[in-house]
Design a protein around this ligand. Structure first.
Ligand SMILES: NC(=O)c1ccc[n+]([C@@H]2O[C@H](COP(=O)([O-])OP(=O)(O)OC[C@H]3O[C@@H](n4cnc5c(N)ncnc54)[C@H](OP(=O)(O)O)[C@@H]3O)[C@@H](O)[C@H]2O)c1
Length: 273
């Protein structure tokens, strides 16, 4: 495998206990000799990963939407002379698809806290540390929902759009950092755990629409190696990006029409009369 700029670096990954974050941790430790600092809330999953990856994986179990925990992490890292090169803000939640009128304020606040403010806290607290590295980089995992809003995802789309704008703005201010915006499409990770469970037939259909998470992460690492600043991953995300640029209003309506016609129970609550 050819040498990559991120080989042998120390990387903080939020949401390292499952999905993209776990795959990134595994690949960066095993294939690139990185030291990964994983953050998530589920200690048992982080401990399992520690058993698998050994001394190059350490973890801090906390809720990323709590700024005081980021302040504590900064203190712990500096007190122990631990340097960090790369921050990957990946932790995120997808609430059940439903209409805004049936969404609670508490749910919107939780999504904004986890998917947007957590990255603000992480960058604010970790940037002074990362700034010291010659390989300084911040990678924010947004979503195709930030490129093309999907009906029934008011808080998710808003949170990922806010993260997109934050990332682009931050990049404009910091030419000396590699800052990247990542927008994956649907991939079958555990992110769907809080969604309405459909029939076996529907699950098969979703599997077909969704990308394989491992393929997405392999592609992501390839694009990061080239220091791409805007990374769109998955055929669905690329199509959404392309058509929304050409036909901004029509594309959103077309996606809504397709989801309605699909009659997949995942979207039942979105199309309640
Ligand atoms: N899968 C997709 O289709 C898709 C598409 C576009 C974008 N994305 C984005 O990709 C990122 C990763 O998602 P995924 O698909 O890998 O989902 P996943 O399998 O559900 O993983 C989400 C990770 O985030 C962590 N997390 C959630 N809330 C947290 C909190 N408050 N504090 C700390 N950690 C928290 C979870 O750990 P704990 O529960 O242990 O805390 C878990 O490790 C998310 O930002 C998601 O929005 C995913």
């Amino acid at each position: 495998m050819s040498k990559k700029w991120y080989d042998n670096t120390t990387v903080i990954i939020t949401g390292a206990s499952s999905g993209f974050g776990k795959l990134l941790a595994q690949k960066l430790v095993k294939n690139h000799n990185c030291k990964v600092i994983g953050i998530a809330r589920t200690i048992s999953k982080l401990e399992d990963l520690k058993q698998e990856l050994g001394e190059n994986f350490s973890y801090y179990p906390f809720d990323v939407s709590d700024n005081s925990k980021w302040e504590e992490l900064y203190k712990t890292l500096t007190d122990n002379n631990i340097s960090v090169d790369i921050l990957i803000n990946n932790a995120g939640i997808l609430p059940p698809f439903k209409k805004f009128e049936n969404t609670t304020i508490e749910s919107v606040e939780k999504v904004m806290q986890t998917n947007f403010f957590a990255s603000i806290y992480a960058v604010k607290n970790m940037m002074p540390l990362i700034k010291k590295s010659p390989n300084r980089a911040i990678i924010n995992i947004s979503s195709s929902a930030a490129l093309s809003t999907v009906v029934g995802t008011v808080s998710y789309s808003a949170s990922k759009s806010a993260l997109k704008s934050f990332t682009e703005s931050l990049a404009l201010e910091n030419d000396d950092f590699y800052i990247s915006l990542v927008c994956p499409g649907f991939a079958k990770t555990e992110i769907f755990r809080s969604q309405k469970q459909g029939s076996e037939k529907e699950n098969l259909l979703l599997q077909k629409v969704c990308s394989n998470p491992e393929k997405i992460v392999n592609k992501l690492l390839k694009k990061l190696a080239k220091k791409k600043k805007r990374i769109v991953l998955g055929a669905d995300a690329k199509a959404m990006d392309f058509f929304t640029r050409l036909f901004p209003t029509l594309t959103l309506k077309a996606i809504k029409w397709v989801l309605k016609k699909s009659k997949v129970s995942l979207f039942d609550e979105v199309f309640l009369e």
